[in-house]
Ligand binder design. Structure first.
Ligand SMILES: C[S@@+](CC[C@H](N)C(=O)[O-])C[C@H]1O[C@@H](n2cnc3c(N)ncnc32)[C@H](O)[C@@H]1O
Length: 352
């Protein structure tokens, strides 16, 4: 029954999401084709042989997908539900899967149309959970999560995904609250990046009191704020003004200079960068900081205003990996289009 994988992405990035999963399916010798619509916020990878997608979804590492927010294996055929009692049909299919589930996630595309299903999904989920419990289909030890993907309240794809190889957050969208004193909404981008790329243990161990940070293109200070909030000392590079309250913490040194020529006096723990510059230009700059031994780790954005976005991402990531490896630097390079990223992705280089 599993002959398709549905991948959720940012609307407008379907081509990149599709290109990436096709490449990985090819690597795994999994014959497949793509079905998608522009701006739909999701992509379908359909099996074109008798190979099953619940296998593929366990062997492709979810964390290597840059443009996918969430994914699940499902059937090509969409279930049409009756208007009144939707539960029996859903339960029938769920039982036929023959697995136990750790949890249930209600999904819909991140479009205006999709968002109108949010209330319906919220109201329907508790009924479904009660019914699944009655049928003893939920287990705290199960390795699969059940997914119900609605395109409207009467049409659903029922799918499954490995809990350990998918997004923890519902639809891959973290619910972050804008901190009251932070200077800009960009702060949420860095907060999400820290949560996505670092485990809780790594966050407390590797971003802590007294650590040093350089923030390239820092003004008005949303990213700087995240580090100051964690007790770090930040050198903020930007010709623009930094938020007064942030400067009054005494934890920030503001240098009004060009980020491309600035050189730190000592190696810093973190380099971060959120400048609207050409991605290859930024990648070369970041690579140089590592090869010159000026930083231990980095988080930065690559803006993608061009047409061939996937090719540009590949070019930048390849350049970074090649230059670090040639300099014998052992690091992990990870890339993700985070929920708070718009026409951009976030890259993290960890040399912990
Ligand atoms: C998107 S804003 C950064 C927002 C910031 N991360 C925050 O959270 O508030 C980009 C900043 O990069 C700065 N910038 C762009 N090119 C620069 C350069 N060559 N040197 C220094 N700053 C630069 C701009 O002045 C701008 O303030």
């Amino acid at each position: 029954m599993f002959d398709q994988i549905i991948l959720l992405c940012r609307p407008g990035f379907e081509k990149e999401c599709a290109g990436e999963i096709m490449e990985l399916a090819n690597q795994k010798l999994f014959p497949a084709y793509i079905q998608t619509n522009e701006q739909s916020g999701f992509v379908s990878l359909v099996s074109s042989s008798n190979l099953k997608t619940d296998e593929l979804i366990t062997v492709v590492d979810f964390h290597t997908l840059t443009f996918t927010r969430q994914w699940f294996a499902t059937s090509k055929s969409v279930l049409t539900l009756p208007e009144t009692d939707r539960l029996p049909d859903i339960l029938h299919i769920t039982k036929n899967i023959g697995k136990l589930f750790y949890d249930v996630e209600m999904d819909y595309p991140d479009t205006n149309e999709g968002k109108s299903l949010s209330k319906f999904c919220k109201q329907f989920r508790p009924h479904l959970i009660t019914a699944l419990k009655k049928q003893q289909l939920l287990s705290a030890h199960a390795r699969w999560r059940l997914h119900l993907f609605f395109t409207d309240s009467l049409h659903v794809n029922i799918g499954i995904t490995p809990v350990e190889n998918s997004a923890v957050e519902v639809m891959g969208i973290p619910r972050l609250k804008m901190p009251r004193n932070a200077p800009s909404r960009s702060t949420l981008k860095l907060e999400e990046a820290i949560h996505w790329f670092l485990s809780i243990e790594q966050q407390t161990r590797w971003i802590k009191n007294g650590m040093t940070v350089v923030d390239l293109g820092a003004a008005p200070g949303g990213w700087t704020w995240q580090f100051v909030h964690r007790g770090c000392l930040v050198i903020a590079i930007d010709n623009g003004p930094m938020q007064k309250a942030l400067m009054q913490t005494g934890m920030v040194e503001h240098l009004q200079t060009d980020a491309f020529t600035y050189v730190p006096k000592k190696k810093v723990d973190w380099l971060v960068c959120d400048m609207a510059e050409r991605p290859l230009h930024v990648s070369r700059l970041i690579a140089r900081w590592f090869t010159d031994g000026q930083c231990n780790n980095a988080i930065f954005n690559l803006k993608l205003p061009m047409k061939k976005r996937l090719a540009s991402v590949h070019e930048c990531i390849t350049l970074l990996r090649r230059q670090l490896s040639e300099a014998n630097i052992k690091c992990t390079v990870m890339a993700k289009q985070l929920y708070h990223d718009r026409e951009e992705i976030t890259v993290c280089i960890l040399c912990l």
